[in-house]
Write a protein of this length. Structure first.
Length: 190
């Protein structure tokens, strides 16, 4: 038995490998819509479920995940370009934002949709420090314009909650769901 990961995210694959949960990837066929005034919890839950359902086959256990960054009533998606990344990181500097992830696990006779919120506080950042970070290109494809597991870790003063959620997969929630609904996926194989 393997988990179907409805995502092409290398971070999500790496976390599943780290946790030694057997999986294979099926790219979701789902179009995300991120209205700027959307409720972040409702948004990520809907996206996670849409991704999972688009890749799910009968008899499989399928995982869909979606993550966004939220602060002050604004959603911070993936920046389109360097200017957008610079703006996002500058706005997050010296403040606390929320990393909100929706998770959907579908299986035989069950559908679990839930979410996790992790609080991340950035250090105060100068213009040159922001420019140097943006020049790395690490912001590409990252909600909020940073990657905590990379050079972006330099931007962070602290977190409250699930670190792996900030990387891209709410691992503690996933393990809880699999433990209750598909425990065979958590058996450690040598």
């Amino acid at each position: 038995m393997t988990l179907v990961l409805a995502s092409t995210s290398p971070q999500r694959r790496a976390i599943l490998e780290q946790l030694r949960i057997p999986f294979h990837v099926v790219a979701p066929v789902y179009e995300e819509h991120d209205p700027p005034d959307a409720d972040p919890v409702a948004l990520v839950r809907a996206h996670a479920e849409g991704k999972a359902r688009s890749a799910h086959d009968e008899g499989a256990v399928t995982l869909g995940v979606d993550t966004t960054v939220h602060m002050g009533g604004r959603l911070y998606g993936k920046p389109a370009d360097e200017s957008g990344a610079r703006e996002m990181v500058a706005e997050l500097a010296g403040a606390t934002h929320l990393v909100v992830s929706g998770l959907c696990v579908l299986g035989q006779g069950f559908a679990v949709v839930d979410h996790v919120v992790t609080r991340v506080t950035f250090r105060e950042l100068g213009v040159s420090e922001i420019d140097e970070y943006v020049a790395t290109g690490e912001w590409r494809g990252r909600a909020g314009g940073y990657a905590i597991q990379g050079i972006g870790g330099r931007l962070v003063a602290g977190i409250e909650g699930d670190y792996l959620n900030v990387v891209g997969l709410p691992a503690a929630l996933l393990v809880d769901v699999l433990s209750a609904k598909a425990p065979k996926l958590l058996q450690i194989r040598s």
